[in-house]
Design a protein around this ligand. Sequence first.
Ligand code: HEM
Length: 477
Amino acid sequence: MGIWMWIMWMAMAKVTVGLAILLRNSCKLKRLRKRRPQLPRGNLGWPLIGETFEFVSYAYSPRPETFMDKRRLLYGKVFKSHLFGSPTIVSTDADVSRFVLQSDAKTFVPSYPKSLTELMGKSSILLINGSLQRRVHGLVGAFFKSPQLKSQITGDMQRYVASSMKNWEDDQIIYVQDEAKLIVFQILVKGLIGLKPSKEMNFLKLQFQEFIAGLMSLPIKLPGSRLYRSLKAKKRMAMLIKEIIQEKRKRKDRHAAALDAVDVLIKDDSEQLTDELISDNMIDLMIPAEDSVPLLITLAVKYLSECPLALRELEEENMQFKTHKSTLGESLQWSDYMSLSFTQNVITETLRMGNIISGIMRKAVRDVEIKGHFIPKGWCVFTYFRSIHLDDQLYKDAYKFNPWRWKEKDMINTSSFTPFGGGQRLCPGLDLARLEASIFLHHLVTNFTWVAEEDHIVNFPTVRMKRRLPIRVTRKR
Ligand code: HEM
């Protein structure tokens, strides 16, 4: 009896231990399963179109981020959706977006709508990857940062702004967006291909407007379609630019200082930088010249018109500096404009609120895990800067134009402030954009007072003012 009891006890003990091990293993398995990165929560919407219509209808509204806000409440800062024909992970989380921007082409590659890739061409810096992208970025980036180009741009900008403002009469309506586009386009085109105001410049501007109109069009390439007309305009521009490149190649002097971006690129000895690649990229670089920088200027004027306190402080800073320089008998240099701290804060705040580029699309070339979120190979990631820039937890009263916030906290170099992107593709033109905006604002506030007429921001497909921001100006006496 005793021995049987002992055997039974032993058997029960074994079963208990076995059960315990089984239980422990299954918990372990559950834990492991739990730890495996998960696809973010969210809704893929309708077959094929996904949630694109809802996204676009919010994009046209004054608050496009509402699309994101609704989903953030339901699923968190990173969620899945289906936009513009692709399953997409939307990131409104600063750390996740930073990881995506910092990644190289082994993990993420740029992804743009079909009409855009068609128009920009395969060799556009916005689309190329790896060593070629680094090479072109390095060359143009170093040139854009050079004090010599900044001096040239400052001189040109001062002249063009002065000659344009000379004709403004009291009580006249000025369309800030048009004025800024006209001035900035001529200046940046000179910095890119060395062309001065001329018949060719006017031709280029006309063709460029035809070209840019197709950037967000339907990807239909039939004669007469928007995309077709834009491609034709690009061809005509490319012909003119290639002639300029060939002319420069003939005159090529290794030791002469580069006066424009083409000079820099033709000095490169690698076979990769063909005339075609250079001309395509020069056309693409005209986009910030015609669009982003003028918009930065226009939005700054809009926000200042609505914030008299900020306008007064900006005026004081610029007036003081102007008087100081003129008593010394000196003109303002590029470094002077960049050192005007309140002016720079106004520009920073305009970049935060304006969100000229609301976000960046990338495509995963392998399975990726970021902060526990699983991003499958082939899916897109939309790093949506706008939601981060307008997040109340990061920026107190985020919808209030408050340039003074930048006095206290230096967030310019953090992942919560990315108007110029980040990582290897960080915008190489960011200093030029700030410089040109500072020069325009300096001349405007030191020479004029104004009253802005009613207007509002349109956010889609690109940011712009509905009425081109009309202001009624009065010259200061
Ligand atoms: C307010 C003005 C501007 C804004 C908001 C802006 C914004 C941006 C952003 C967000 C990117 C990152 C794109 C990506 O990661 O795929 C970028 C890239 C770029 N930007 Fe700008 N930009 C501005 C002005 C300029 C100017 C003035 C230039 C030069 C003429 C310029 C040249 C470039 C180039 C070449 C790239 C591509 C860099 C690369 O992919 O390696 N940008 N810009």
